[in-house]
Design a binder for this molecule. Sequence first.
Ligand code: SF4
Length: 289
Amino acid sequence: MPEGPSIVILANEAAKFAGKVVRTVSGNSKQDLQRMQGQRVRAIRSWGKHFLVEFDGFAMRVHFMLFGRYRIDEDKIDRQGRTTAPRVSLVFDNGVLNLYACSVKFVEGDLDDVYDWSGDVMADAWTPRAARRKLEGTKQTASICPYCAVGCGTIVNAKTEGGRTTIVNIEGNPDSPINTGSLCPKGAATFQLAVNPLRTTVVKHRKPGAADWDTETMTRDAAMTRIAQLYADSRDATFVEKDANGKLINQTTGIFALGGATNDNEENYLIAKVNRMMGVVRIENQARI
Ligand code: SF4
């Protein structure tokens, strides 16, 4: 599972493909991979957890998620000795880049317009002076990494300008007895969770049978109303007031509430409270401290 520094290692290993032409493209990604066919790689780059293969006018962005893998000049073989099908395979004159079990998206335009390289501590563009300048005029708030139950302490720096508050940096909190300032690669990339040009900002709804997302008609309000309606319908259809012995149980087993790792304590409190109020007994949240 490549993350943070290991993405930089991948970018270094794949650097030999910079300047080379993609001779053959294949893979089981649903993206239009063929647009890379015959294109010359302008650069191989990384930003946080993003591995980037840059072409003229666009770039392939790869996120390795939880189980992503890569191989250079070889195939991935599973435990049964079978060759694994790559999500993307790019064949060059000087080798092959194979990417597995990852999220692939295309970023349009020039990467220098999309990414702030100085915000990535692994980038050459990062400098302590620029980092200090970035923190001027910010307010520091102690927080907790949202990703796992270790609960590492973080410091969040936010700046308010024109009535709008924006997070400008998140780093380990040296005062925390849990992590004493250090963060694992995942926690160190928390800033990208909050501030990310690729973050989804519209409701993506895919109607039954539709092949594409409908991002126009399903507004946020409409989505919330629909979710609430489906939730209420399921609850009403499956609610059981008394068990076979006449004992009051007021529960539904027709709904399973599954939380996410990035839910914070307050969100988990509300998720548990609302679901218990509705009679949901199957509630699973990422453990929080
Ligand atoms: S920094 Fe890493 S170990 Fe610490 S809470 Fe976050 S994900 Fe867990």
